[in-house]
Write a protein that binds this ligand. Structure first.
Ligand code: K7E
Ligand code: CUA
Length: 621
């Protein structure tokens, strides 16, 4: 890079730091640090992200799809997108949201949008067990579970009596018994229009979900609101940030206090209180509701500066870091001290704080390398700051040590960051992904809506090195990087899979053998069509029904060969679905229009794929 380019780049960064973005997040907080940057990346650094054709990535990247409502699977380090998993959204390729199998998961009248933020895998003893991915839907107050073996959404739960599930984490130990889910927004109770102006009737709740059944286990009323959450490595605690201790309705009010808090939930005490019957219920809901406000022995409110956002437990199991957002600091809380506090040995809730390092402007989230270092995103500074936990603790005690190891410019405005295996006891400190909210000029223009920029950073050495820019569509808030050995996926379906068990049961009642039969069963105006598919043939090349019939098409793909997926698309009916090898898929719709409508296989499966089609014939009423 020549001098001129260098200057141009630096002035661009300064420009970003001084534009409106800084103003939004409470500018004027000076960090007092002199950041240094690594702009250039050499060709050899970039080659680290290179995965040769035919080679496999070492890590699965589990990405949230933000406002798209989906989950995406990327390979890391190549950052290649491997798969999209529809979760809260409609998906035209797989028919998710159209098929009977997916509708059973989504439930009746489910909205077909979602806002996924936090994908997290299930645990055993603080390690990834490879079973499930859980993810929140902020937009419609839901949580979902995805089966890792088939990479399909498996269950969805609507959380009652709250609004906007944001922070969400599985319990880490001894196993994922509970899923912890923060409802972000306070709302009036009851929310039937009578209390809309009475702030005192507003509250929100921390939610415990039975992670195996995907049913509500408990709700805890809190003061303030709830942003992000994490769980410790002993299984005893969950902890959530609150950016609105002021109970404000508008921005200016939420920024009034110099300190808000992190609230720690004592899970064994919550379980004991439920056992002892110390709860109430709200409205029609049967879920136990406990009081966790100030003064409750179920919670500990730790004051932290200022409007904290991310909350991240260190993989050594000792600490949790609350990220200051409007304060240039992070607050380090010791779990051992939290034990002491609940044992009645400490007086001041701030006694659980063991460090409060000053890191830079707009700290949002922190990740760890398993070697004692933390990596915090600085939204306003557009940097990742690497700092040392032990040194930050020594500095808090008054020692003169520099806990900052490096600051690396990222492009631009990072939200979450995540390290390989960093949310587990097996944190391996190889890779860091910075999920940048703005990409600005990093990619070819695609209109006013820009992609995000997910940057891959090599953290295996002493110095962080940027190796790859990864454009991504709206809006990955968070991801997890999991070693490929921990996730085992099926190559073809097994016929006894619960995903389509209910469809199989209906066929059985109709006396159908799905593996051999091609038949139409009529029951009044309800018509059920059963057919098989083997490349390049559907079991039936014509289906005759009457106008006004409710038609269910059930197709079983008999192919046993990996990757030979068929599809069923019915012209002019808005119907399409995936049928992968050994899968049964079904869809129900009204045959309202008389005439001939072709159906075809929309998944290129065979040299004669174009010929894999048939006529859907509707006789006029
Ligand atoms: Cu975008 Cu985790 Cu929803 Cu932070 S959250 S950036
Ligand atoms: Cu079957 Cu294309």
């Amino acid at each position: 890079m020549n001098d001129k380019e260098d200057k141009a780049k630096i002035s661009r960064r300064q420009f970003l730091a001084t534009t409106g973005i800084a103003g939004v997040a409470g500018a004027g907080v000076a960090s007092g640090l002199t950041p240094y940057s690594v702009w250039a990346k050499s060709k050899s650094d970039a080659m680290k992200a290179n995965v040769e054709p035919g080679e496999l990535d070492e890590y699965y990247g589990i990405w949230s799809g933000g406002q798209s409502g989906e989950i995406r699977i990327l390979g890391v380090p190549s950052m290649r997108e491997l798969m999209r998993i529809p979760v809260f959204n409609y998906d035209g390729a797989t028919g998710y949201g159209l098929t009977n199998e997916s509708k059973r998961i989504l439930g009746p009248d489910a909205p077909l949008n979602g806002d996924t933020h936090h994908p997290h895998l299930s645990y055993k003893d603080g390690r990834i067990d490879g079973k499930y991915i859980y993810v929140n839907d902020k937009a419609n107050t839901r949580v979902a579970r995805i089966r890792c073996d088939i990479m399909k959404t498996d269950k969805i739960l609507s959380v009652p009596n709250v609004q906007a599930i944001h922070g969400m984490r599985p319990q880490k130990a001894p196993y994922t018994k509970y899923l912890y889910a923060n409802a972000e927004f306070r709302m009036p109770h009851p929310n039937d229009g009578r209390n809309m102006d009475d702030n005192k009737q507003y509250f929100t709740m921390f939610n415990g979900i039975d992670a195996e059944k995907m049913e509500m286990a408990f709700q805890v009323i809190v003061d303030g609101n709830l942003d992000n959450t994490d769980a410790d490595y002993s299984g005893k605690y969950a902890v959530s940030t609150c950016y609105n201790s002021e109970d404000g309705f508008v921005l200016a009010d939420t920024m009034r206090n110099e300190r808000d808090w992190a609230v720690i939930f004592n899970i064994p005490r919550i379980e004991a209180a439920i056992k002892a019957g110390k709860f109430k219920t709200l409205g029609d809901s049967k879920v136990p509701v406990l009081n966790g406000r100030h003064g409750s022995d179920l919670t500990l409110y730790v004051p932290v500066p200022k409007s904290p956002h991310g909350i991240n437990v260190s993989p050594d199991g000792k600490y949790v870091v609350a990220n200051g957002k409007l304060s240039p600091t992070c607050t380090v809380i010791s779990w051992a001290k939290v034990d002491e506090w609940f044992a009645g040995k400490l007086k001041d809730p701030r006694d659980v704080v063991v460090a409060e390092p000053e890191l830079g402007l707009g700290p949002l989230h922190t990740a760890y390398d398993g070697r004692g270092n933390a990596y915090t995103t600085l939204f306003i500074d557009s940097q990742i700051v690497k700092w040392n936990l032990a040194d930050a603790i020594r500095a808090y005690k008054g020692e003169k040590v520099n806990y900052i190891r490096q600051k690396l410019d990222v492009q631009y405005q990072p939200g979450h960051d995540h390290t390989s295996m960093g949310e587990t006891k097996d944190a391996d400190g190889k890779w860091l992904v910075a999920l940048c909210k703005f990409s600005k000029d990093r990619f070819l223009g695609c209109g006013p809506l820009h992609p995000e920029n997910d940057q891959l950073i090599d953290i295996s050495g002493d110095e962080m090195k940027l190796v790859h820019d990864g454009p991504n569509f709206a809006e990955p808030h968070d991801c997890e990087l999991i070693h490929r050995n921990l996730i085992k996926t099926k190559k073809i379906w097994t016929r006894d899979d619960p995903y389509f068990a209910e469809t199989v049961a209906i066929a059985k009642k109709d006396g159908i053998n799905l593996e051999t039969d091609n038949k139409i069963i009529r029951n009044g105006k309800k018509v059920r069509v059963y057919m098989t598919s083997v490349a390049p043939n559907f079991g039936m090349t014509e289906i005759r029904v009457k106008q006004g019939d409710e038609v269910t098409i059930t197709i079983t793909n008999l192919d046993q060969i990996e990757d030979v997926t068929h599809g069923f698309t019915l012209i002019n009916h808005g119907i399409a679905m995936e049928i992968s090898p050994q899968e049964t898929s079904s869809v129900t719709f009204m045959a309202n229009k008389p005439g001939v409508f072709w159906y075809y296989c929309q998944w290129f499966c065979h040299a004669l794929h174009m010929e894999m089609r048939g006529r859907f014939m509707v006789e006029p009423a």
